[in-house]
Design a protein around this ligand. Structure first.
Ligand SMILES: Cc1cc2nc3c(=O)[nH]c(=O)nc-3n(C[C@H](O)[C@H](O)[C@H](O)COP(=O)(O)OP(=O)(O)OC[C@H]3O[C@@H](n4cnc5c(N)ncnc54)[C@H](O)[C@@H]3O)c2cc1C
Length: 442
């Protein structure tokens, strides 16, 4: 099998396939990340949750990744005066984990190599002949191109996939990309006197209505922050054109963050402002000899922390189906796309919606009371009422199923919150009645 792209999905899938004794060639256009220093000097991290862990466990890598990850037990909210409030993500043993993107990618590439995959860095896939199942690979060092003809060509080559671009040129191919009006910029909070400057076991959020700042901890005791802000408008990147403007904006909106960001004005102008896109496409295979996985098939906005997790889940399900279908790759990939497409669409929708929740609702009193009611429902009826965030983040329930149940819960909770202002007003009977509504599909 030939895999395009040694990002997170491509390197995990190469590991799993090689462990299963498939012969794998992996082509990556960039240089070997194991030899590079931190990308542009910045550490970038990601939130890893249950779906990601399940796939890593399948490759026997859970413990090794866990030893490098930092548990975040909930959201730490910062208001404009610097007051803090903590909202746990779930029950006592439920956390999401901050991991270094580069560190995880290096580990997965190492594992793929150890398991027997052949790795080719600085090799870019340039062209694909879909019907023939062939691809042209260009060796960027030797400046030579050659043809590869695998049994199966797997496009794990990210949001702007070359394999998908080839599919887009075929008749009746469905494709959409939509950018949100916000961009993002990575900033940092360095360690202070050798220690974390903020509580390390939380995902920090500064929700400000139309925009927000977040921060995740790194193993070197710094935090990577991401500012999500509109490109245009009153408070937007377009307004932040000078160090003074940036400082004033942070003084007004994120004063406690500014106090621990000594390098902000340099970083703000050094680091790029990047776009946030949702990409949908179908089918994920053309003519049965190729298939898309990860962001190449379904790029989503990052607000549910699920992009990598969904890509890892693709890898786990890919392996399950491969086992089921033996050597019949064509049947296997059709099953794969049938199964995964509704889930990819569902997580795309969930991710867009969670932006509103993170930047806005988490500071809203009614929303917080509602969360308390839902937590109590889950506590009383752990199998009958699982909050949406829990289903997405702490289970392998299909995203499409989580979305469906979540919409039903939302309808019920809207009614409940019309009648009660505070969670403390609900009686035992009320909880029984609410869970019965969900059971009855109302
Ligand atoms: C700001 C931000 C925050 C995020 N936070 C989270 C988070 O907290 N949790 C989470 O789960 N997800 C998160 N994500 C999403 C996550 O980063 C992606 O879903 C994930 O990286 C996708 O992995 P991938 O391997 O499919 O694609 P990529 O990581 O994009 O890898 C694709 C690889 O293919 C290579 N490639 C491309 N074209 C070619 C070619 N023609 N030939 C050879 N190689 C090629 C690229 O160089 C790259 O290495 C975040 C995303 C963003 C933007």
């Amino acid at each position: 099998m030939t895999i395009l792209g040694a990002g997170l999905s491509g390197s995990l899938l190469s590991t799993l396939l090689s462990q299963g004794d498939y012969r794998v060639q992996l082509f990556e256009k960039r240089s070997d990340p194991r030899k590079s220093e931190l990308e542009e000097g910045r550490s970038i991290n990601l939130a890893l949750s249950y779906r990601g862990w399940s796939a890593l466990a399948r490759a026997g890598l859970k413990e090794r990744v866990r030893s490098r990850a930092i548990a975040m037990w909930g959201r730490m909210m910062h208001d404009e005066r610097g007051n803090l409030s903590f909202q746990p993500y779930g029950t006592d043993d439920q956390a999401i984990y901050s991991v270094s993107r580069l560190g995880l990618n290096q580990l997965l590439i190492d594992e793929a190599e150890k398991a027997g995959a052949e790795l080719f860095f600085e090799h870019r896939c340039e062209e694909i002949y879909l019907k023939q199942g062939k691809a042209i690979i260009h060796d960027l060092n030797e400046k030579e191109s050659f043809l590869t003809e695998p049994d199966l060509l797997i496009g794990a080559d990210g949001a702007f996939s070359t394999l998908r671009t080839a599919m887009q040129k075929t008749p009746r191919y469905n494709y959409s990309q939509s950018f949100i009006e916000h961009g993002y910029k990575e900033l940092s909070i360095p360690a202070k006197n050798g220690e974390f400057a903020l509580e390390p076991h939380a995902l920090h959020i500064w929700p400000r209505g139309g925009y927000m700042l977040i921060a995740l901890p790194n193993a070197d005791k710094s935090f990577t922050c991401t500012l999500f802000l509109a490109y245009e408008g009153k408070e937007s990147f377009a307004q932040l054109t000078s160090p003074t403007a940036v400082t004033h904006f942070f003084e007004k909106r994120f004063p406690d963050a500014l106090a621990v960001m000594p390098g902000i004005t340099e970083e703000f102008f050094q680091n790029p402002t990047s776009d946030l896109v949702t990409i949908k496409c179908y089918p994920w295979s053309r003519y049965g000899k190729n298939v898309l996985v990860g962001d190449a098939a379904h790029a989503i906005v990052p607000f549910y922390g699920q992009g990598m997790n969904a890509g890892f889940e693709d890898c786990r399900i890919f392996m399950d189906l491969l086992q089921e279908h033996g050597g019949d790759y064509e049947q296997m990939i059709y099953r794969f796309q049938d199964l995964r497409k509704p889930d990819a669409d569902a997580v795309a929708e969930l991710a867009l919606h969670n932006f509103i929740e993170m930047r806005d609702l988490v500071a809203d009193r009614e929303f917080l009371e509602r969360k308390k009611v839902e937590a109590e429902l889950h506590h009383r009826f752990p199998d009958r009422w699982i909050p949406l965030y829990t289903m997405v983040t702490f289970t392998n329930i299909r995203y499409s199923e989580a979305l469906r149940i979540g919409q039903q819960q939302d309808r019920i909770m809207r009614q409940v919150m019309k009648h009660y202002d505070y969670a403390s007003e609900l009686t035992d009977q009320d909880y029984e009645r609410i869970v019965a509504l969900l059971d009855n599909g109302e």
